[in-house]
Design a binder for this molecule. Structure first.
Ligand code: BTN
Length: 215
């Protein structure tokens, strides 16, 4: 089981940037707030105080794509312990009541992966995001963090795809991925999405997925 060492900061540009300076496996960088929180695909990630903003530095051969799927499952597993039901929208959004609760990015640098996890808890959600994003104001970051690290450690030595399947709410649905519409049929062993369009099957490594029906 992975042993983690938590390093805390009040305000950083991004926990990913701080982790990049540290580059020591097992270190988890946690910040109260970020001025330049990053999401996937160069998007901005709003990170005011009250949420859980962290980056775990991991030494693992697991490819970042799979690791991000596993991290989503670890987030769902840890929240389940507090009675919250969440589900996973491929590739790495954690959803609650049809809105996004948490997001994950994985950046590989040599033999290390910087796994960034952002979970909305009691932080303010920007008014323009309130239709699509949600938080858990009742849950303390300091209560959740140890459970999340435990679930992350367990995930690293588990069958990641089985874990992901346990919490996913993507497969079997009509979706659009970067403009391509189809049924999200399955994931392959690398965590790529198999999208079925009529008789055709398209294998997608990553992208932005939108459900065509409400969750
Ligand atoms: C996404 O859904 O687009 C991924 C969001 C990842 C946000 C987290 S918050 C902690 C870490 N530091 C960052 O700058 N980003 C990740």
């Amino acid at each position: 089981m992975e042993e983690f060492k938590i390093v805390r900061f009040d305000l950083v540009s991004s926990t990913q940037d701080v982790a990049r300076q540290i580059m020591r496996p097992g270190v988890v960088v946690v910040a109260d707030a970020q001025t330049k929180g990053r999401g996937r695909r160069g998007r901005e990630w709003s990170s005011p105080p009250g949420g859980l903003w962290m980056t775990a530095i991991l030494e693992t051969g697991i490819p970042p794509n799979l690791l991000s799927l596993g991290a989503g499952a670890a987030v769902s597993r840890s929240l389940e312990k507090f009675g919250y039901k969440t589900c996973l929208k491929w590739p790495n959004d954690v959803m609650m009541d049809g809105r996004k609760l948490a997001g994950i990015i994985g950046e590989r640098h040599g033999n290390l992966v910087l796994l960034g996890i952002g979970i909305n808890l009691r932080n303010e959600i920007q008014p323009e995001l309130r239709d699509v994003a949600t938080g858990i104001p009742e849950l303390e970051r300091e209560e959740l963090l140890p459970e999340l690290l435990k679930s992350l450690g367990e995930m690293l030595s588990s069958d990641i795809l089985s874990l992901w399947r346990r919490y996913q709410c993507t497969l079997g649905r009509m979706v659009v991925v970067d403009g391509i519409t189809g049924i999200a049929e399955d994931l392959d062993e690398e965590g790529f999405l198999i999208l079925r369009r009529g008789e055709e099957r398209i294998r997608i490594s990553s992208g932005t997925l939108r459900f065509l029906e409400k969750l």
